[in-house]
Write a protein that binds this ligand. Structure first.
Ligand code: TRP
Length: 339
C-alpha cells in the first residue's frame, strides 16, 4: 500500500510536528520498504501560498523543511521526497476534482473558517480550494494511507468523499481513485504547549517558551522543560489525567521519546518527591531525541544545490506515478482526446 503525506514549508518545526508527523514518516518509510511499497512525502509550497507570504522566504523555509526531514531519517533512496510545485499534476487534478466538490463542503471546513477570519486583507480563493488541492495530492498517487495529525481529520474525510463521488460519477464499475485511510499516530498525537498544556503545541498562537523547536539546542530545551507548567497538587502526584494536563503532557512526551507506554513511564515516578525528577527525565529524553537531528541538519542545510538535486529526482519519480492516474482521470472525464 502506498503511503502519502504532505508537510507545510512554513514555520519552525517543533516537537509536536516531530513526534506527531515527521517520526511517523520515517516509520512509514520502514514499513513501506519492508513490503516493497512506496512512501511518498511532499513539501506543499502550493498550499503555503494560500495565505500572505514572501517568495524568497518560501524557498528558504522549504529548504529548512526538507533538511529537517532528511535529518530525521527520511532517505531519498527509500522514499519519494519532493516539492509539490514541481509536479504540475497536483494542480491539474485539483481542478478536475473541483467538479465533484461542493462549494458548501468547502465553505464549512473549520480550517477555512478559522483562517479566513484571521486574514486582514485578502481572503484568497486558494484558501477555500486548499482541501481540494490536498485531496489531489493524495489521490494522484492512489495512496491508501495518510499519516497526519488529528487536526486534518476533516480534510481527510472530504478527500475520501471526493474519491467516492468521483468513482461513482466517472468510474463505472471501476475504482479509478483509491479511497484513502487516515492514520493518526498512536502516541503523541497531541503534544501540548509547555506553558499552556490545554493548547496544542503550535507554530502559530503558541508561546515561544512553551514550544520546543526541533532545532533548539540542549540548554534551551532544558530551560523550557524545567519551566513547564504542572500543577500544585500537594504532595505532587505523577499520573496522567484530565485534571492534570501539564503532568500528562510531560509523561506523554517522555513516553514518545523513549518508545514506552505512558502508564509504564508514570509508574517509574511513584516514589518521586516532586515534579523536578520528571522534568529532568523529559529534558534528557527530548535532547537525546533531537540533538542528532540538529547535528545532521547543520551538516546538510548549507548545500542548496544538493537539496535541489534531491527535490528534482523526487519530482521525477512522483511525476511518473501521478501521470498514470491523471491519464485515467482525464479519460474517464472525457477531457482531451479519446485514448
Ligand atoms: N494540510 C496539511 C497540514 O497542514 C498538509 C498537507 C497538504 C497534507 N497536502 C497533504 C497532509 C496531503 C496529508 C496529505 O498539515
Amino acid at each position: 500500500m502506498r503511503i502519502f503525506s504532505g508537510i507545510q514549508p512554513t514555520g519552525r518545526k517543533h516537537l509536536g510536528n516531530y513526534i506527531g508527523a515527521i517520526r511517523q514518516y520515517v516509520e512509514g518509510q520502514d514499513r513501506a520498504g519492508a513490503s516493497r511499497h512506496e512512501s511518498i512525502y511532499c513539501i506543499v509550497d502550493l498550499h503555503a501560498i494560500t495565505v500572505p507570504y514572501e517568495p524568497v522566504e518560501l524557498r528558504e523555509r522549504l529548504y529548512d523543511t526538507l533538511t529537517i526531514l532528511l535529518a530525521a531519517g527520511l532517505d531519498p533512496q527509500r522514499s519519494i521526497l519532493f516539492r509539490q510545485g514541481d509536479v504540475p499534476e497536483h494542480a491539474e487534478l485539483c481542478w478536475l476534482l473541483s467538479s465533484v466538490t461542493a462549494l458548501g463542503e468547502l465553505n464549512r471546513m473549520h480550517q477555512f473558517r478559522d483562517k479566513s477570519v484571521a486574514q486582514r486583507e485578502l481572503v484568497s480563493a486558494g484558501l477555500l480550494f486548499y482541501p481540494v488541492l490536498q485531496a489531489a495530492d493524495v489521490l494522484a498517487y492512489r495512496a491508501g494511507e495518510v499519516p497526519v495529525g488529528e487536526d486534518q481529520r476533516e480534510h481527510l474525510e472530504l478527500m475520501r468523499e471526493i474519491a467516492r463521488r468521483f468513482n461513482a460519477r466517472f468510474g463505472g464499475d471501476e475504482e479509478i481513485l483509491v479511497v484513502p485511510e487516515h492514520r493518526i499516530p498512536p502516541v503523541g498525537a497531541r503534544i501540548m504547549d509547555l506553558q499552556d498544556p490545554t493548547r496544542k503545541m503550535s507554530t502559530t498562537g503558541g508561546s515561544v517558551e512553551g514550544t520546543v523547536y526541533v532545532l533548539d539546542d540542549a540548554m534551551t530545551i532544558e530551560k523550557k522543560v524545567k519551566r513547564a507548567v504542572t500543577d500544585s497538587e500537594d504532595p505532587p502526584v505523577i499520573r496522567r489525567g484530565p485534571d492534570k494536563p501539564g503532568v500528562t503532557n510531560l509523561i506523554d512526551i517522555l513516553a514518545a521519546c523513549t518508545g514506552r507506554e505512558p502508564e509504564a513511564v508514570a509508574a517509574d515516578f511513584t516514589q518521586a518527591r516532586g515534579y523536578g525528577d520528571l522534568k529532568a527525565a523529559v529534558a534528557e529524553a527530548v535532547v537525546a531525541e533531537l540533538a542528532p537531528v540538529r547535528e545532521r541538519y547543520d551538516e546538510l542545510r548549507g548545500d542548496a544545490a544538493a537539496l535541489e538535486a534531491i527535490l528534482a529526482e523526487g519530482a521525477e519519480r512522483a511525476r511518473g506515478l501521478a501521470r498514470a492516474t491523471l491519464t485515467d482521470v482525464r479519460a474517464a472525464m472525457g477531457v482531451g482526446p479519446a485514448a
